[in-house]
Design a protein around this ligand. Structure first.
Ligand code: COA
Length: 114
């Protein structure tokens, strides 16, 4: 739902690029697999650590990385996971522009003090 909203903001209402979950390779990716977000699972699968986001140069600036992140955060939310924003695109661009997702961000200091 969040991904669709992001697409709408970018004017992709007619043909939103579809984001696919590639479970075996731990990625969210476009159908042509050229743009992707890579993650590793931590804490026995409770934490999705987003380690890398990549969009081919010819497709940058259109919000594709934002769509990939929205799909990953949607997935994490629906699986009751928290998200570690190791990738700088997530920490420096996606989260500041989509602050509602901050609630899902993994907070190590809180956990370690519990
Ligand atoms: N870290 C944080 N933010 C970045 C960034 C980076 N390395 N590279 C670009 N951005 C920001 C820009 O400020 C840009 O802002 P603008 O909208 O004002 O122009 C914004 O991302 C664009 O957002 P969006 O259109 O959703 O992203 P994109 O589809 O163009 O993809 C990247 C962004 C970072 C995935 C793409 O530039 C890329 O693949 N870069 C090479 C790999 C990389 O550096 N990955 C991130 C670190 S893991």
């Amino acid at each position: 739902m969040e991904a669709a909203a992001a697409a709408g903001r970018r004017g992709w209402a007619a043909e939103t690029p579809k984001i696919v979950w590639n479970q075996s390779q731990q990625r969210f990716e476009t159908e042509d697999r050229k743009a992707y977000l890579e993650y590793v699972l931590r804490d026995g699968g409770q934490v999705m650590d987003i380690i890398h986001t990549f969009v081919p140069p010819s497709k940058r600036g259109l919000g594709l990385a934002s769509l990939l992140c929205s799909a990953a955060f949607d997935h994490a939310k629906s699986h009751s996971m928290s998200v570690m924003p190791t990738c700088s695109y997530v920490s420096d661009t996606f989260l500041p522009r989509n602050p509602s997702w901050n609630a899902l961000v993994y907070m190590e200091d809180i956990k370690s003090s519990m």
